[in-house]
Design a protein around this ligand. Structure first.
Ligand code: 5GP
Length: 190
């Protein structure tokens, strides 16, 4: 029987650079797939429905909750986010490794329900760095940034639950570290 694929969780506070890092990881490992989450927040100017997220109105999101279409879902920064079974199950069952970029609550759920999981937490070099990044990327209003920063401490507190921790000092190095972690974890499992 074919072995199931791995679920690779990438978490870290808002603004730490998860999106950029995942894009770079995919350039080195194009065989990896990324689960596209559903969410109820407004798309940012550069974001496309079905590419960055499945952007859903609240009622549609909760309809899916009722129909058990999510592996996990939760409220993050005052919006709903969730991982759809349709994005993960078939691929993992076919032996495909899938990346989930999810928060610490969702990660906890996935870690408790799946066995072939590799969990990676990305931290900023300093809290000041995170503040700078969130302001510089210019995608959120000031009050949203404040809220996201206030949540960062809570997310950082979950760091010990992850298999690997990477400090994102420099993107190329972070990406290399993550590639090594994935290879190492997969080897240890088999
Ligand atoms: P953003 O609004 O910046 O795209 O994402 C906000 C937070 O939601 C990030 O920490 C991201 O990891 C998390 N997130 C995105 N998709 C999901 C998901 O499907 N489930 C959970 N639990 N968190 C998610």
């Amino acid at each position: 029987m074919k072995k199931k694929g791995f679920i690779i969780i990438i978490s870290g506070p808002s603004g730490v650079g998860k999106g950029t890092i995942i894009r770079e990881v995919l350039k080195h490992k194009p065989e990896l797939k990324v689960s596209i989450s559903a969410c109820t927040r407004e798309p940012r100017s550069y974001e496309e429905d079905g590419v960055h997220y499945h952007f859903l109105p609240q009622d549609v999101f909760f309809e899916k909750v009722k129909k058990h279409e999510f592996i996990e879902w939760c409220e993050v920064h005052s919006n709903m986010y969730g991982t759809l079974h349709s994005e993960v199950d078939a691929m993992v069952n076919a032996g495909q490794d899938v990346i989930l970029e999810i928060d610490t609550q969702g990660a906890r759920k996935i870690m408790s329900e799946f066995s072939r999981v590799i969990s990676i937490f990305i931290t900023p070099p300093t809290f000041e760095d995170l503040i700078k990044r969130l302001h510089n990327r210019n995608t959120e209003k000031k009050e949203v940034i404040e809220h996201r920063l206030s949540m960062a401490g809570k997310e950082l507190a979950a760091i010990g639950e992850y298999d690997f921790i990477v400090v994102n000092n420099e993107v190329d190095q972070t990406v290399n570290d993550i590639l090594t972690m994935i290879d190492q974890a997969k080897e240890e499992f088999s």
